[in-house]
Design a protein around this ligand. Sequence first.
Ligand code: HEM
Length: 303
Amino acid sequence: MFCVNRIIIITARRALQPWLHLDFIFYMTTAGRRYKKCLEVLHGTTDRVIMERRKELLKMGEDLGYSGIDIDDIGRRRRVAFLDLLLLAARDGSLSDSDIREEVDTFMYAGHDTTEAAISFALSHLPSHPDVQEKIWEELKSVFDWSQPLQPTTQQLSELKYLEMVIKEVLRLNPPVPVILRDITEDEKLPSSHVMPNGTVMIISPWAAHRNPEVFPDPEKFDPERFSADETARRHPYAFLPFSAGPRNCIGQRFAMLEMKSVLAKAIWNFEMFVEPGFTVRPGWKVIMKPANGVRIRLENRR
Ligand code: HEM
């Protein structure tokens, strides 16, 4: 993660320094050399993951005709893991090793920092909202057995509707991806009758859209009830954009939601959270928006 963070910071700074856009100048700087070193570390990790899985696939009988269609004990078709699909597709030469690595890199690194940021922001909001914690706690008790350690299944996580509303409210106030970019590929007439010409790069800010008081009244107030079924139905589907929208939206959003629910459910199942006096979270933006000064809270064991 040290290398992911370093690369993100260097990339963000480089974007604002046009003279560093030229590779031969960039790689002569200290930042450029650090960037290169970190990239080697990240590629090494990804290559190792790919190599290990490739070996396992061979052991599982890829050569004996394993086609990616995995049948379980009772004859049901199982879903094939993403990396397996890529490795199987690579057998006929349609994907090179570096194509596979690029895809795996995107998944590993797009999915990590963003989810971490969202969980951190959630932990920063919960201590100052004991009523919200209490409601999540009640919901957890209605789904899980208090006498057992929490081992949630996907089905149980999908029953945690209130926790989902809380996570969405966290993503509204603190979208880990606060800005997305799109190229306009044909002239686009806006409702104001201004025309955005083909070739324009459009900057869309979910962070700003989520603070539109006409859509989210009293926007700075943390209020998970905004995401009740009724309230959601009243809004335009693109009013809430933490995972972007359209054909290039976040492919990992359902997984991310399960991951966030799982971590937060475990935290609230075990601990009550209290404000750490004197601490205020400070959001920082380096491609991903996350707490710049960490999150400090007090925990009290529930058992
Ligand atoms: C809270 C967590 C997450 C947030 C807020 C988030 C947000 C986003 C956003 C806004 C985009 C679109 C970027 C753009 O339009 O330029 C995106 C794309 C993407 N995300 Fe996520 N993401 C999260 C978690 C994940 C996870 C867990 C994975 C993978 C397991 C993932 C994989 C991807 C990939 C592969 C893309 C690129 C999709 C494409 O270009 O077609 N994300 N994400």
